[in-house]
Structures are given as structure tokens and as C-alpha cells.
Design a protein around this ligand. Sequence first.
Ligand SMILES: *Cc1c(COP(=O)(O)O)cnc(C)c1O
Length: 408
Amino acid sequence: MQVTRELFDEVMVPNYNPASMVPVKGEGSRVWDQEGKEYIDFAGGIAVNVLGHCHPELVKVLKEQGEQLWHLSNVYTNEPAIRLAKKLNDATFSERVYFANSGAEVNEAALKLARRYALEHFSPSKDKIIAFTQGFHGRTFFTVTVGGQAAYSDGFGPKPGAVEHCAYNDLAAFAELINDDTCAVMMEPLQGEGGIITPDPDFVKGVKALCEKHNALLIFDEVQSGVGRTGHLYAYMGLDVIPDILTTAKSLGGGIPIGAMLTTAKIAASLKPGTHGSTYGGNPLACAIAEKTLDIINDQAILDGVKSKEALFREHLERINAKYHIFSEIRGKGMLLGCAMNEKYQGRARDFMMAATEQGLMCLVAGMNVVRFAPSLVIPDADIVEGLKRFEAGIAHVVANDKLAETV
Ligand SMILES: *Cc1c(COP(=O)(O)O)cnc(C)c1O
């Protein structure tokens, strides 16, 4: 069979619009397409490939576990799942873990748990959920409704109710909205999809204090910010605010689908046998690979490396911007960085991303105005420098084309 990008359009539901090249192989932070053209990967599978492609230690675990046991369902437990849960609890505030296969699923579990907990400990009227505009929490109907972008949740009929939104970093507006009927507040401690928006530390502390005052559970969605991405194992550790529930996915599996919801024993008790579940969640294959990923990332040298790699990115991006004047700001933290377009280039992030791909660099956008980088946390410094050289070549191309268009 001749497998081409054109065939994609004939066989797939058109909800995605992938790039014109088709990758066939990856190694570390490099990827090759069907034509053998090489790319440097700053996209990281959207903040997933935390150790790059085909990391030898993950491949080893994949092969070993693959020859031992893949799947059982939750009628039985398994050793990798128990070990991974123990390690997550040891490394964080958490005491109990629930596994699923994706970020949306663990957020769904967190929201359902918060509603159950409020019902058991307070009253049926304590059902209100507050989340933030520009937030993103997944694509199930509940999570997409809680996410703060109506464009993603409109057009599918009646939405789950009792969900309200507040501007991110606006503590006064939040204080107006929260009350004793609020059962949970869901927030990203660094907004990813919404445009790489860093919270004001006092805002996060204020949200936590108001949640405590009104007995609302604070849910941190660390699906994108977790597992070392910000230079802390979880972003909450750099904010000095402990959530009641934390969700983690993306990087957790190093490329294998897995999600985990972390919480305290007291809150977890509200998900009694039969109240929630997943057929694949916590399967031994995914858990064994996630366990190895966590073992490697939960290491001070790796986390310190994230901070120095961020500095390297920023130094080069500032230099590029001094030359081309494209960005209003370089934002984000660790290996989750956003280049925000300035006035002149509003709405053009995708043009720069596509020009970069052309030059052999894979990167992402976050909305119309931010080019996003979410590479491996162990990307070699030389690949960062080479990747940014390609990014600069893409920028030069766009700018030159714009000039040409102005003159004709
Ligand atoms: C990607 C993302 C999700 C959704 O995760 P999926 O694995 O795609 O379901 C949820 N929350 C945040 C913050 C994300 O970045």
C-alpha cells in the first residue's frame, strides 16, 4: 500500500489537519520523514516525549514488560501499577492514585470525584465548578465544558451544568464568583493550550485560601505542566500551593498513553468500589513504562538541566528577536516556552510554525499568537542551538516574503 498524506484525507475523520510530511522514525530529539528529511523536535508530541523518541531505557522496559504481561483489566491489580502509585505518592502530596489513559479521562475523574465528595460531606446544592478562561482540560464533554474556550465546547447540544468561568490571574473576579456552593476549582498552574500563561504567585495563593474558606477542592490540572516540565517535578512545587487533587498525563508515560489522578486518602474515599472506572486504566504495560519515566525524571540533575536548557532557549530567542522584532514576549517556564507575537504579527503564529517545519524544525502553536516549544527535557544543548538556527531561518523566510508582498 502506498501510504501518503493525501490518503489521510480519504480514510480519516477530518478533525485534524496534520502537516504535509509523514514522520516514520524518531531517535532522541530527531525525527525523519518518508523522504528521509531530518527534523529537530521541539514539539515533543505536545509535551509528551519527555525523554525524546525511543529512549533506550524505555525501549528496554517496553520489551521486557511486552514479553511478560500487557493487560488484565481492573478485575485484577498488577505490580507495575502498584509500584507506580507508590512512587507518585512518595514524590508528591498525594496518598491515593487513580489511573486512566489520558489527560481528559483523569480530569473527568477529578471532576466527578469533587462532585461526589461535596455530596457526601456537604449537600446536593454544593455542585458548582469554577474554571478559568483560556483554560484547557480535555475533550470529553464534561472536561471541554470546564475548559475556558467556548469554541471547543459549543455545537454539541446541552452542556453539563453548574460550570462557571473566571479570568485567569484576576483574584477579585474569582472572589466574587466563589461561594459555599462551589465544590471545586480546576486550574492549570501554567496555562498551556491557552497561550503559555504563567500565573501570578499571589493569585494562586489567593485561590487556594478562598477554596479553603468555602470548602471547595482545588484541582490542579498538571497534564501539560507536570513531570519535570517546569524544572520542578510538578509545577505546584514551585508555587508553594498544595492542591487537593492533581491530574497528570502527557509526559507521565514518555509517549505511552497513561494518566493519573492524585489525591488524599480522605478525598479518595468518595470513589467507592463501582463509582468510577476504566478498562485499560493502570494496565501493566503503560505503568511499567511510566514508572521508568518517573524514575529518570525525578532526579535533581535532570530538573536542574531543564532550568539551564530554558536559559539557553531564552538567550537565543532574545537574540533572534533583537534581529527580527517578531515577539512581544518569551514566556513560560522550563521546557514549556511560548513566543508571543507582537502587534505587527498578530494571528501569524501558524505561519512561523510552518516555515520552521519547512526548515527542519518541528514546533507547536498555542492559539493564533503564540509559537510553543515543548521539547524533551533531555534534549542535547547542541540540538537546541541547531533547532533555533532552523527556527531563525524560518523567520527570515516569513519576514522576507512579507517585505516582497509589501513592495508589489
Ligand atoms: C493536553 C491536555 C489535556 C487533555 O489531555 P488528553 O490526553 O489529550 O486527553 C488536559 N489538560 C491539559 C492542561 C492539557 O494540556
